[in-house]
Ligand binder design. Structure first.
Ligand code: HDD
Length: 703
């Protein structure tokens, strides 16, 4: 991509024009003042980019104005179709670093050597919303990883949830049609809380396990950096002896798991619809590179045969406590795209992109996906040559006889565009290097059947639910109630509650009661009765898998004139030492005047810096500024929201009137920590690793 040249005095005279070489070695025309010359896309220097060519100043515009025509022509064709699903996404570059050789299991080169780094490009996304929707929708998050290996691109196109709604790819269009805005009214945008989605779900029992995940806090992650990723399907590792080992892929965030509360998500979407984008951008630009560990669950056919669920069923997991994941490498994201459209919008992920040593299983969802992704790129990117776009091009040597097609940036050269050929030129297949599919012996008749082994739709849904903390279970109940409160047809609500009865009767009762069902429905028919004996899996809880430190999180410090400068400096230093960041919030854009006369600059004015943007808050007003602060309803909300969202709150004595204004002066608990002196900072910071003061939840009842 041509880099725009920086202004420079240096340059070379070519054909008596002043030209300079840009950073990438490309040439730029420059004016005599050292500015780069504006040109048309054809390279023609532009005289005037402010006025169209007319007769006189008030006459008609001339059609010969080729600069105007080309500029408007290109503008009119700037948009490409957004992704039919996962339209809203955000991506970063980085690398995958392999821990140790895995040759025993796979011949894939990227796993061959310890310390080997493979360039990576990762796009996180929501599923349902359009490209311009908000970040903190209750939704699955795409976790698409492109690894530019020496044997071609490997796209592990996963989600932040290890199972899926459906078992057969043929139902995907129906699922997406049902979750997206309704066709007759074109709303709701980026929300599952509507009749069509829950109508489809209530008629699709196989979706129940996924519904537990999507109604849990997993669907409202605090940050892409604090969420897990999963390959979902069972894949195969194939070693050099063509021996296969089943493998499931998991991405574990170094900074632990964290989500927000639904009430917080609703408010964050209002305050900052780009919350997740800004979070990733800021972290990477400030050198706080997010990191995940790649772990694999490896198992053989014997394990698969003995495991109580079908490993080919994408609505099922293998609990980590049954098959411990093995760490094999780490993914670090350390560079943002130079241009969003060029890279994030044009990147093409495809589940079919696997290097030798990684192969597919017969998971029907994966099989269907392998057809869809290539197909959809043609629609989005408009040409079979989408691998000519830099972000999609392999970073390893490649050679083939594919030619022509729209926007061909390169074509095979020479006379032979076919093989075998007697010209003795052009690439040939390689027995040693070529991708060898695992030689699975298959048999059976052609039929449209669903495996009996896929038929248990409730047992793992129950296992997920019972593995949550009490608070997390309440959030699931609150989410289901919220979602179904937006569903108008009573029979849909009843069908969903009938399914819930097969998962957990208390859950079903709570939801049914909140929906005001006159009487509880019968439990839905279950092809396989719900297993009550599946062990809890602590790995499934977010709260049980939080961070070791407050690292990567954000403290909001509310200040006014008269703020104690020393205390503020000590608090900031302690938070930075934790690897976290502070933002100062003040009633005025300019900030506040501290007690020592210095100016404390504000990162946010209180109206634009609500406490939902922070993981914890500190109230450090000065007595001088309290009177004004108490006039600000946003100051009251800042504290009231932080309290009801179970956040840790530090405060100085001068802030007490604000607690009264927020109506919580009599409700202070151990999550509200006085900063009477610098020594109290350590007490406050020491609690922040818990992220939330969950004991308060019973009091505030915030789902
Ligand atoms: Fe998909 C995009 C993940 C089921 C068909 N999918 C897409 C993206 C992610 C996933 C992360 C965004 C990629 C990007 O950032 O550009 N999809 C999944 C997961 C699934 C899944 C984890 C279930 C386990 N998908 C799925 C099925 C089908 C598709 C069953 C079709 C049979 N997915 C597509 C697609 C998309 C896509 C229509 C739209 C944009 C694109 O491919 O590039 O082909």
């Amino acid at each position: 991509m041509a880099k725009t040249a920086k202004r420079t005095s240096g340059g070379v005279k070519i054909h008596d024009q002043m030209l300079i070489r840009g950073e990438g070695g490309e040439l730029h025309q420059i004016t005599d003042t050292g500015d780069e010359v504006l040109t048309t896309a054809q390279g023609g220097p532009v005289l005037d980019d402010q006025n169209t060519l007319k007769i006189g100043s008030n006459g008609p515009t001339l059609i010969e104005d080729f600069h105007f025509r080309e500029k408007i022509f290109h503008f009119d064709h700037e948009r490409i179709p957004e992704r039919v699903v996962h339209a809203r996404g955000y991506a970063a570059h980085g690398y995958f670093e392999n821990y140790k050789p895995l040759a025993k299991f796979t011949r894939a080169d990227l796993f061959a050597r310890a310390g080997e780094k493979t360039p990576a490009f990762v796009r996180f996304s929501t599923v349902a919303g359009s490209k311009g929707s908000f970040d903190l929708a209750r939704d699955v998050r795409g976790f698409a990883v492109k690894l530019y290996t020496q044997e071609g691109n490997w796209d592990l196109v996963g989600n932040n949830i290890p199972v899926f709604f459906i078992q057969d790819a043929i139902k995907f269009p129906d699922l997406i049609h049902a979750v997206k805005e309704e066709p007759d009214r074109a709303f709701p945008q980026a929300q599952s809380a509507h009749d069509n989605f829950w109508d489809f779900i209530s008629l699709t029992p196989e979706s129940m396990h996924m519904i537990m995940w999507v109604m849990s806090d997993r669907a409202i992650p605090r940050s892409f950096r604090f969420m897990e990723g999963f390959g979902v399907h069972t894949f195969r590792f194939v070693n050099a002896k063509d021996e296969s080992t089943f493998v499931k892929f998991l991405w574990k965030p170094k900074l632990g798991l964290q989500s927000v509360l639904w009430n917080e998500a609703v408010k964050i979407n209002g305050a900052d619809p780009d919350f997740h984008r800004r979070d990733l951008w800021t972290a990477i630009q400030s050198g706080n590179y997010p990191e995940w560990e790649l772990q694999v669950q490896l198992f053989d056919q014997e394990f698969a045969d003995e495991f109580e669920f079908d490993v080919l069923d994408p609505t099922k997991i293998i609990p980590e406590e049954i098959l411990a994941p093995i760490p094999v490498g780490r993914l670090v994201l350390d560079r943002m795209p130079e241009n969003f459209f060029a890279e994030t919008e044009q990147v093409a992920f495809m589940t079919q992109n696997v290097p030798p040593g990684i192969d597919f299983s017969n998971d029907p969802l994966l099989q269907g996906r392998n057809f869809s992704y290539l197909d959809t790129q043609l629609k989005r990117l408009g040409s079979p040559n989408f691998t000519h776009i830099p972000i999609n091009a392999p970073k390893c040597p490649f050679a083939h006889f594919q030619q022509d097609g729209h926007m061909a940036m390169r074509n095979p050269v020479g006379r032979a565009n076919y093989q075998p050929n007697s010209h003795g030129i052009g690439p040939r297949e390689s027995i040693a290097k070529g991708f060898r599919s695992f030689a699975e012996a298959e048999e059976g008749q052609k039929a449209r059947l669903r495996p009996e082994s896929f038929a248990d739709h409730y047992s793992q849904a129950r296992q997920f639910f019972v593995s949550q903390t009490v608070g997390e279970q309440q959030h699931i109940a609150a989410a289901l109630t919220f979602e179904l409160s937006k569903v108008k047809l009573p029979e849909i609500r009843e069908r969903v509650v009938a399914h819930l009865l097969n998962i957990d009767t208390d859950l079903a009762g709570k939801v049914g009661q909140k929906l005001g069902l006159a009487k509880m429905p019968k439990p839905a028919d279950a092809a396989v009765p719900t297993r009550q004996d599946l062990d809890e899996s602590p790995a499934l809880s977010i709260v049980k898998n939080g961070p070791q430190r407050f690292e990567g999180r954000k403290l909001g410090i509310l200040v006014t004139d008269g703020v104690d400068a020393n205390l503020l400096a000590a608090l900031k230093a302690a938070i930075v030492k934790e690897g976290a960041v502070c933002e100062v919030v003040a009633p005025k854009v300019t900030g506040a005047k501290a007690d020592d006369g210095s100016l404390v600059e504000a990162d946010e004015m209180i109206d634009g810096g609500p406490s939902v943007l922070y993981d914890a808050v500190a109230l450090l007003p000065g007595a001088a500024g309290m009177a004004d602060l108490l006039q600000e309803s946003t100051a009251r909300d800042f504290l009231a929201d932080a309290f009801s969202h179970c956040k840790f709150i530090a405060y100085v004595e001068a802030a007490m009137p604000l607690f009264a204004k927020a109506g919580i002066a009599d409700a202070l608990d151990d999550g509200v920590i006085p900063l009477a002196a610098k020594k109290d900072i350590a007490t406050f910071v020491g609690r922040l690793t818990e992220l939330r003061f969950w004991e308060r939840e019973a009091k505030v009842k915030m789902g």
